[in-house]
Design a protein around this ligand. Structure first.
Ligand SMILES: [Cu+2]
Length: 258
């Protein structure tokens, strides 16, 4: 089901058609709404080459999420760098500016960003739990310098309210220590005190906004029109999904044996 929805979105996006028109009737007729977020570097945190796109199709409390991210920290202690990611919300519904650095150490921590984007409402994990309590589980988070993420999850009422109310913000965490401010390696994370701030500080961020027409995250669309292009894109998506599943299992083993 998840793969067929994603494939439909890719095909529809490539052909320039409204995504909802290509979805199964059950999804299209129940008032679904598409949201998207452009993920940009959080100020001060030194991840200026990182970026991402996320699309979320909401039907009731069911959300089908497709995301691409790149330019992030690559490795951590010899394994793929885990990037925990969340839907935050219930606050100002914006990404932090440089002024969010309350203690003036040159780093915006997850907590310092909270007045802007609010607490964790939903964890965008690759498998298992999606609650705030799952927010720092590096075994189920995406990882590596770039990743493709695709999952359908059930959202709680707080998250649905944040999305509908325009306060939902997507945040991907984990800084490359080589480019992060010094405080990222000298200070302990307030979320996971056994780790440095670089492991959990926000890297890229984007407000979730409603869109009339579904847009496919970068890489799938804009490669030209035509049916064959759509078919190729579906294949690439499937291959990417398999690679992602493989690297996730690898990461889980690495962390489990550490
Ligand atoms: Cu977060």
């Amino acid at each position: 089901m998840r793969k067929s929805l994603a494939a439909a979105a890719v095909v529809a996006g490539t052909l320039g058609l409204p995504v909802l028109a290509a979805l199964p009737a059950s999804a299209a007729t129940s008032g679904g709404q598409t949201y998207s977020a452009t993920l940009s570097p959080v100020p001060l945190n030194g991840q200026t080459s990182a970026s991402g796109n996320l699309m979320l199709m909401l039907n009731g409390n069911s959300a089908t999420i497709t995301e691409n991210a790149s330019g992030l920290a690559s490795t951590f202690m010899g394994g793929p760098f885990p990037h925990v990611q969340h839907i935050h919300g219930g606050a100002d519904g914006v990404c932090p500016t440089a002024s969010a650095d309350a203690n003036h150490d040159g780093l915006i921590t997850t907590t310092e960003g909270a007045p802007s984007y609010g607490p964790i409402l939903t964890t965008l994990s690759k498998s298992g739990g999606t609650t705030p309590a799952d927010g720092t589980n590096t075994k189920t988070s995406p990882s590596g310098s770039s990743f493709q993420y695709s999952r359908t999850i059930q959202l709680d009422s707080a998250t649905v309210q944040a999305i509908n109310g325009g306060t939902a913000v997507i945040v991907v965490h984990g800084l490359n220590p080589a480019t992060a401010p010094k405080a990222a390696t000298t200070e302990k994370s307030e979320l996971v005190p056994s780790l440095p701030q670089a492991a959990t500080a926000p890297a890229i961020c984007g407000k979730l906004v409603a869109s009339q027409m579904g847009s496919v995250p970068s890489g799938g669309a804009a490669t030209g029109a035509g049916g064959t292009a759509g078919t190729q894109d579906v294949g690439i998506l499937a291959i990417g999904g398999m690679l992602l599943a493989g690297s996730g299992a690898y990461a889980a083993r690495r962390f489990a044996t550490r």
